[in-house]
Design a protein around this ligand. Sequence first.
Ligand code: FES
Length: 226
Amino acid sequence: MSNHSPADASQGVQRKILTAYDMPETSEDISRRSFMAGATLTIGGIVGVILAIPIVGSLIPSGAGAKGTWSPLTTAEWNDLQKATDKPVKLEFSMKTKDAYLPEQTFGDYVWGVKVDPAKFKAARPDLPAKLPFSDGSYDVVNMSFVILSPICPHLGCRPIWSADANRFQCPCHGSQFDLDGAHLAGPAPRGMDPLPLREQSGVADVMWIRYRSSVPDRVILSYQS
Ligand code: FES
């Protein structure tokens, strides 16, 4: 049965239906709401930090603090390198890597070796200083008149192939091209090919693998593993 009297209706009286929003707040309501807001912010902050840790971690070069490992070239590879005067020589070798949490592992990969005239190389690669930093300090980009070039394209990580016909490295993925010294000639690569450390110790030539960050103009060490 309606509570509205016929008189109310006839006079057009507007009756307001009260909702929770219209009720005056008690101090208990206010303190509960403050608590809920604070709790929401705190939980949101914790979740944000948990999500941010792996993201931030992925942006920190993993090479920071890691140690590189020298890998020896065989006598045959060293002899091949001597012949790398007008074309690069592919040097396949075994690398040993030691992760802090894993036993030592051995696996194979290759680098490009080029015999250079140091003065001409310096002119051809103005993007390179004489020395580059690595885990043991710094290394000479040209050592014993040789340069070791990483086989990893600095664009997105494919492997450029040496074309004797074109007399240059050509990357099969997006067409970057590099000359014998590894200087960038064409294509989207943001820098020339990356040199790697070479040393001679007790009559044995050693090379070290370094993986640099791709797609950036600067050389940022990512890891000492391929
Ligand atoms: S990965 Fe070499 S050009 Fe893109």
